[in-house]
Design a protein around this ligand. Structure first.
Ligand code: ADP
Length: 436
């Protein structure tokens, strides 16, 4: 800027001095004519270079940049430097992008880049094969228009991407796909899709094995349990000195029976890839049933209350949900020697919340994240004493996952715990209130 000002100053000064000298030596008219001619030439030279700049800007290529003259030489030199830096950055960026795409294309997993509107920006060849996409045709199309699997669409819309989802491929029913969305940048998402058919097969073998063993054990156990019970009931069949051992045998067979039942339930739920049989569940009836069961289990040791939104019902599989919610209530009673149990059923931020609050023994923070693992118990002795198997919360977690719901646990040692089930909006049924 300073150069431009100096240039204009020197041109103006030279012209003025020349005109003054001409005025002094010849006449004012000639001096004025020289001044006017100088100004016009000066202006025309600027207009010429502006025109060249304008031409270049229409097709800005480095090798066609004009050299300029005078002040325009500096202007074009700066422009050249800037343009070179910009093209170098652009080359680096496109090389990096090319390298990323190359690497992502070599991945065995499908990768799809989605924008904030869930439209496809880019995908690699494995994603095309696994999800049946065609980048050339499907770019900028919403992914939910192209992958129309119900569970996938609700996964994308729910916006809870903490866990991946598993789907049977709609192109080949033999194939199981695991899909996870990972948010990045400004509301963009990376969709990772992998073929987990082999892993699923191994998992299915493990589940079948557990189910078969449990099933095989069921019959001999029923027989042994039955005989022990019969002997205990028969007058004089067992001498008093050994009756205690028989009672212990009965307790242990009962425990094993509960364990086997829970193992069978768990493997049945785990292996069931079909979505739950959705029905409209009358929550008032279900809550009533839970309250009756709770009172029977409590045997008067607890004050159990229910606080429910009577216009709020649920869509899901009744039997499964009854078992999951019932498990939370029975845990509250089993881990609360005496006290209050509050059951509540409400709407919170577009979600329906079923919660059970107790003022029982509570749980230390370090255990909370692991409670839904199979056989994870904070205190084995206590769990056993109260008839626990250590499988209850894993069954609950599986049932809730099948219903796209999640379990939230808050607890304080010695003060009590709250177990809340958060159901998604799609599973809520709000009854219409008729006003007369
Ligand atoms: P269990 O059959 O042992 O009760 P669960 O899977 O139902 O197995 O629960 C796992 C563990 O979580 C329990 O052993 C217990 O330590 C803890 N737990 C569950 N519910 C409660 C509760 N309401 N209060 C305190 N601890 C609990």
């Amino acid at each position: 800027m300073q150069d431009i000002r100096w240039n204009a100053f020197w041109v103006g000064l030279t012209l003025t001095i020349t005109c003054l000298i001409t005025w002094a030596s010849t006449s004012a008219t000639i001096a004025l004519m020289i001044f006017a001619a100088g100004v016009v030439i000066y202006l025309f030279s600027h207009l010429y270079w502006l025109h060249r700049l304008n031409l270049w800007l229409q097709k800005p290529a480095l090798n066609h940049m004009p050299n300029g003259a005078g002040i325009w030489e500096d202007v074009f030199a700066s422009l050249y430097q800037e343009h070179r830096r910009h093209s170098r950055n652009q080359t680096q960026l496109s090389t990096a992008l090319g390298r990323f795409r190359h690497a992502a294309s070599a991945l065995p997993d499908g990768v799809v880049v989605l924008n904030a509107e869930n439209e496809i920006e880019w995908c690699n060849p494995p994603a095309e094969t696994k999800l049946g996409l065609d980048l050339k045709k499907d770019q900028d199309q919403p992914i939910t228009y192209l992958v129309r699997h119900g569970n996938f669409v609700s996964y994308v819309q729910e916006e809870d991407y903490s866990e991946p989802i598993k789907l049977k491929s709609w192109r080949n029913a033999e194939i199981t796909l695991e899909i996870q969305l990972i948010p990045f940048g400004t509301k963009q998402k990376l969709l990772i899709c992998r073929d987990v058919t082999q892993l699923e097969k191994i998992d299915a073998m493990r589940r079948d094995f557990i189910a078969n063993v449990s099933h095989e054990l069921r019959t001999p156990l029923t027989v042994v349990g039955g005989f022990v019970e019969t002997l205990l009931d028969m007058d004089g069949a067992i001498p008093d000195s050994t009756r205690g051992y028989f009672n212990m045998m009965q307790d242990q067979t009962n425990r094993m029976r509960r364990l086997i039942e829970d193992l069978l339930t768990l493997s049945h739920i785990e292996s069931n890839v079909q979505p739950p049989e959705d029905t409209e569940i009358q929550m008032s009836a279900l809550l009533n049933m839970l309250l009756n069961d709770a009172n029977a289990l409590s045997q008067g040791k607890h004050q159990i209350t229910v606080d429910a939104d009577s216009n709020l019902d649920l869509i899901g599989a009744l039997e499964e949900l009854q078992s999951a919610l019932g498990n939370l209530v029975s845990n509250a009673i089993r881990y609360t020697p005496q006290g209050k149990i509050q059951i509540s059923w409400k709407v919170r931020d577009d979600h329906a919340i079923f919660s059970v609050k107790d003022d029982g023994i509570g749980i230390e923070q370090q255990h909370i994240d692991r409670l839904t693992e199979r056989f994870y118990r904070v205190d084995r002795g206590r769990s056993r004493e109260t008839g626990g198997t250590g499988l209850g919360l894993s069954i609950v977690k599986h049932i809730l996952t099948r219903h796209q719901a999640r379990l939230e646990i808050t607890s304080e040692l010695g003060k009590g715990s709250t177990f809340s089930v958060v159901f998604p909006k799609a599973r809520i049924l709000q009854k219409q209130v008729v006003l007369f």
